[in-house]
Design a protein around this ligand. Structure first.
Ligand SMILES: C[C@H](CCC(=O)NCCS(=O)(=O)O)[C@H]1CC[C@H]2[C@@H]3[C@H](O)C[C@@H]4C[C@H](O)CC[C@]4(C)[C@H]3C[C@H](O)[C@]12C
Length: 324
C-alpha cells in the first residue's frame, strides 16, 4: 500500500509513503536537462525539463517512483493491482510504457494543463523495462499548483480524473474511493452538540469524539479516508520547515508499522520511505523507516544543464542527539 498527497501553504508540496515489504535499492536521483531518455515507441527525449525524485537506477536509467520537475509539476506511481491494464501498441496513439510515464510527462509538460493534453494522446504500453524489472501495476497522481489528477489505465481505456482532495492510495478505482468519503459525512474535528437524536442524553467523556468512526486500519480505503480527514483538518504554519514537518505528519497518520500487514509468511509491508517535494523550490525531502531525521536534496544545487544523473543514496542510519 502507499499513500500520496498534495499540500500547500506559502509553497506547494507533493509526496508519498512508499509501503512495501522490500526495497529496490532506491535513491534520490536528479535527471538534468540534457540526459537522453531513451523511449521505446516515441522519439527519445534528448532535452527536457530537469527532474528530481526517487528512483531505482538500472543501467544508468532512472526508474522513477515519484518526482517533480523544475516547473513544479509532480507525479507519483502507486500500486493498482488487479485493475491496472496496459495495452499492445495502439495506432494513432503515443505508446508510452508504464515505467516511461513519469519521465515522459515530467520531461515534456510544465503544468497540469499540458499533462492532461499529453495524456489524451497516450496509451500505456505493456512493454516491460527488462526481465529483471517486469511490469508494475500502477496508477498515478499528478499535481501542480492548480490542482491534482489521477490517471488509471484499465481494460476499458485510460481514465483521467480530477482529484479535488489531493490524496491517492491504492484499490479500488478512484471514483469508488472518492465516493466512499460520503460515508464519513458526520466526522468532525470540532466540538459540537451531538446529533444522535433529540432527547438522548450522551456524555462527551473524551476529546476527539467528533472523529469516532474514522477508520484506523491499513487497508487502502481506510488510509484514503483517514488521510483526507487529517489533511483537511490539519493546522500548520507556512514557513518551509513547519510546512515540511506538517506534510510528513499527515503522511505519518497513514504510516505502516512493520508487523501489522503480512504479505507472505513472516514478511511485512511497511513504510520504507516518506517523501515531500517542494514544487516551487525543487527540493526533495525524505525520511526512511529506520531514520526519522529529514534529509533534503536541492535539484538547483546540481548542474541542471548536465547530461549525467546525480544519485544520492538514502541515509538510513538514525542519529540520536544526546542532550546530556
Ligand atoms: C510497489 C510500489 C508501490 C507501492 C505500493 O503501492 N505498494 C502497495 C502494495 S499493495 O497494493 O498493498 O499490494 C511501486 C511504486 C513505484 C514502482 C517502481 C517504479 O515503477 C520503477 C520500476 C518499474 C519497473 O517496471 C519495475 C520495478 C520498479 C522499481 C517499480 C517497482 C514497484 O512496482 C514500485 C516501487
Amino acid at each position: 500500500m502507499c499513500t500520496a498527497i498534495t499540500y500547500h501553504t506559502a509553497d506547494h508540496y507533493f509526496g508519498r509513503n512508499l509501503d512495501l515489504d522490500f526495497s529496490y535499492n532506491e535513491t534520490v536521483t536528479v535527471t538534468p536537462r540534457n540526459y537522453v531518455f531513451p523511449m521505446r515507441k516515441v522519439d527519445d527525449l534528448s532535452t527536457h525539463y530537469a527532474i528530481i525524485g526517487m528512483s531505482t537506477v538500472a543501467g544508468n536509467y532512472p526508474l522513477y517512483y515519484d518526482a517533480v520537475n523544475e516547473k513544479g509539476l509532480a507525479m507519483a506511481g502507486l500500486n493498482f493491482e488487479g485493475n491496472a491494464y496496459y495495452f499492445d501498441d495502439q495506432e494513432g496513439k503515443k505508446n508510452i510504457t508504464s515505467f516511461e510515464l513519469i519521465p515522459y510527462i515530467l520531461g515534456t509538460c510544465q503544468d497540469l494543463a499540458e499533462a492532461k493534453k499529453e495524456l489524451s494522446e497516450i496509451s500505456i504500453s505493456n512493454e516491460a523495462f527488462s526481465k529483471d524489472f517486469p511490469l508494475s501495476t500502477l496508477h498515478w497522481m499528478i499535481a501542480d499548483k492548480t490542482g491534482a489528477i489521477v490517471v488509471e489505465s484499465m481494460k476499458d481505456g485510460l481514465h483521467v480524473y480530477d482529484n479535488p482532495v489531493g490524496v491517492m492510495t491504492n484499490n479500488p478505482p478512484f471514483p469508488i474511493m472518492k465516493f466512499a468519503l460520503n460515508d464519513y459525512f458526520a466526522l468532525s474535528a470540532h466540538h459540537k452538540e451531538h446529533t444522535f437524536g433529540p432527547g438522548v442524553e450522551l456524555d462527551e467523556y473524551s476529546r476527539g469524539m467528533g472523529g469516532l468512526g474514522l477508520p484506523g486500519d491499513l487497508s487502502s480505503k481506510s488510509r484514503f479516508i483517514r488521510c483526507v480527514f487529517t489533511k483537511f483538518n490539519s493546522q500548520g504554519e507556512s514557513d518551509e520547515v513547519s510546512s515540511v514537518n506538517q506534510f510528513l505528519k499527515i503522511l505519518y497518520s497513514v504510516e505502516q508499522v512493520k508487523g501489522l500487514c503480512e504479505v507472505t509468511p513472516g514478511k511485512y509491508e511497511y513504510t520504507i520511505y516518506s517523501s515531500c517535494m517542494n514544487q516551487e523550490k525543487g527540493i526533495y525531502y525524505y525520511t526512511t523507516y529506520e531514520n526519522s531525521d529529514i534529509h533534503a536534496i536541492d535539484m538547483h544545487k546540481t548542474d541542471l544543464d548536465s547530461s549525467e544523473l546525480s544519485v544520492y543514496p538514502l541515509q538510513r542510519q538514525l542519529q540520536i542527539h544526546l542532550d546530556n
